[in-house]
Design a protein around this ligand. Structure first.
Ligand SMILES: [Zn+2]
Ligand SMILES: [Zn+2]
Length: 246
């Protein structure tokens, strides 16, 4: 199974990073719908799409408005947007309000209910994350392979979601802040890199890929990884257009 990192940045897009969007082309699955959604046409392999929203902050939903011009009409007619009921209502009532976007949402909205069957025999489970307004983490399992996506929350050893992601093959986890930013991370509902590494040392994914990076950090890499890699060696920074096999 492959996942394409279409948007590895948080908050606003830059030349290096779109905002949150990740696609599993073989399964027709998209995790979050940030500005990275604009690349989706290049990778489309299915005649349907299932889009799972972690929450409804703009950097995770604005790309839903791009779909109308990127995906053939028959695929749009078989596209479902999944999320918490109140977040879906906010998307439908506000993002697709005529004063904000001129075309009606053509797709189905489906409130999440654990566990969610996935194409190709997989299962998605979701779990709540602490974040202003709330966010959801996702775990996707297929026989012999698993992936977890955790964004817009504050990582900590002992965080309530740890058991939901234990032992996954691939963990995509946000780290908006560098090391020693625990206070800032708490206040904003985001994660500091050292806290993510410490959490990963407990959860033990085979690979950890950092996403939802602060767009103001244009250095390469955008965060100093040395200390975090001493805590959890298989840690990488995700870059837009990376294709990750798991
Ligand atoms: Zn965000
Ligand atoms: Zn958010």
């Amino acid at each position: 199974m492959k996942i394409v990192l279409l948007g590895t940045g948080g908050y606003f897009p830059t030349k290096q990073r779109h905002t949150a969007c990740f696609m599993l082309p073989e399964a027709g699955i998209v995790l979050d719908a940030g500005t990275g959604m604009c690349e989706i046409g290049k990778y489309l392999q299915t005649d349907y799409l299932h889009v799972y929203l972690s929450h409804a902050h703009l950097d995770h939903i604005v790309g839903l408005t791009y779909l109308l011009n990127l995906v053939p009409q028959p695929v749009l007619a078989k596209t479902t947007i999944h999320g918490e009921a109140e977040k879906l209502a906010a998307v439908r009532d506000h993002l697709f309000a005529p004063a904000v976007f001129p075309v009606n949402a053509a797709f189905r909205f489906q409130p999440l209910c654990n566990p969610v069957p996935l194409p190709l025999g997989g299962t998605l489970t979701y779990f709540p994350l602490a974040h202003p307004g709330g966010s959801l983490g996702f775990r996707l399992d297929w026989p012999g392979r698993s992936l977890a996506y955790v964004t817009d929350t504050t990582a900590a050893v002992g965080a309530p979601y740890i058991e939901s992601i234990r032992g996954v093959d691939l963990l995509l986890h946000e780290a908006y802040f560098p090391n020693d930013s625990d206070n800032l991370a708490q206040v904003t509902g985001h994660s500091a890199l050292d806290a993510v590494a410490a959490l990963a040392a407990d959860v033990k994914p085979k690979r950890l890929i950092i996403v939802h990076v602060d767009p103001n950090r244009e250095a390469v890499p955008p965060l100093d990884l040395r200390a975090a890699r001493r805590v959890f060696a298989p840690l990488e920074i995700g870059e837009d257009a990376d294709v990750i096999c798991f």
